[in-house]
Design a protein around this ligand. Structure first.
Ligand code: 5GP
Ligand code: MG
Ligand code: MG
Length: 175
């Protein structure tokens, strides 16, 4: 209770950036239907706002994964906790994530999804920490913001399940 949060990207900045991404994505998928896949739970706020800014037809599905690993370190061995409801075969898929850190989770997840033969697959993340990348096979098509190596919260991102509902991206200041 009562942690201080330093704002990194304000609500206005995030909203503006999401509008820009929505425009770019709408152009890329002209004449098509985008099948957005939200990686729960972190991606859910970004997914909802982004979907509202996309002007081509949109369908959605949700997936929840957990990566095994000691402590906070991602192992990249992804366990599907909740799988998609629908097949993605032949669809134009846009995976929507909150943040890419080591990249291990996404590297594994993209492999799993590619095996299901989508017509195309792109990756969109609200935040990216490129300095932390440990794999080189994660291709990010759309990034909201590149962030430094700090633990960020808000806009879907949690600290011990808290702070997901903050309408901005911030950093918990520890005393
Ligand atoms: P990766 O496999 O890329 O290392 O793990 C990515 C996952 O780690 C994200 O989906 C997110 O759940 C978590 N994560 C990585 N960095 C941060 C951060 O700065 N803040 C929060 N809240 N979660 C993070
Ligand atoms: Mg995530
Ligand atoms: Mg988390």
């Amino acid at each position: 209770m009562g942690d201080k949060i330093r704002v990194m990207y304000s609500e206005e900045e995030v909203d503006k950036r999401i509008r820009e991404l929505g425009e770019q994505i709408s152009k890329r998928y002209e004449g098509k239907t985008v099948h957005m896949i939200c990686v729960l739970k972190g991606g859910v706020f970004f997914m909802c706002e982004l979907a509202k800014r996309i002007t081509v037809p949109v369908t959605m599905d949700f997936m929840s994964v957990s990566s095994y690993g000691a402590g906070t370190k991602s192992s990249g061995i992804v366990k599907i906790v909740k799988d998609l409801d629908q097949s993605i075969e032949g669809r134009d898929v846009l995976v929507v994530e909150d943040i890419i850190d080591s990249g291990r989770t996404l590297s594994h997840l993209m492999k799993i999804l590619n095996e299901r033969k989508p017509s195309s697959i792109c990756l969109c993340t609200l935040l990216d920490k490129p300095d932390r990348r440990e794999v080189d096979d994660v291709n990010v098509d759309y990034t909201g913001f590149q962030v430094p190596d700090e633990f960020v919260v808000g806009y879907g991102l949690d600290y011990d399940q808290l702070y997901r509902n903050l309408p901005y991206v911030g950093v918990v200041e520890t005393e």
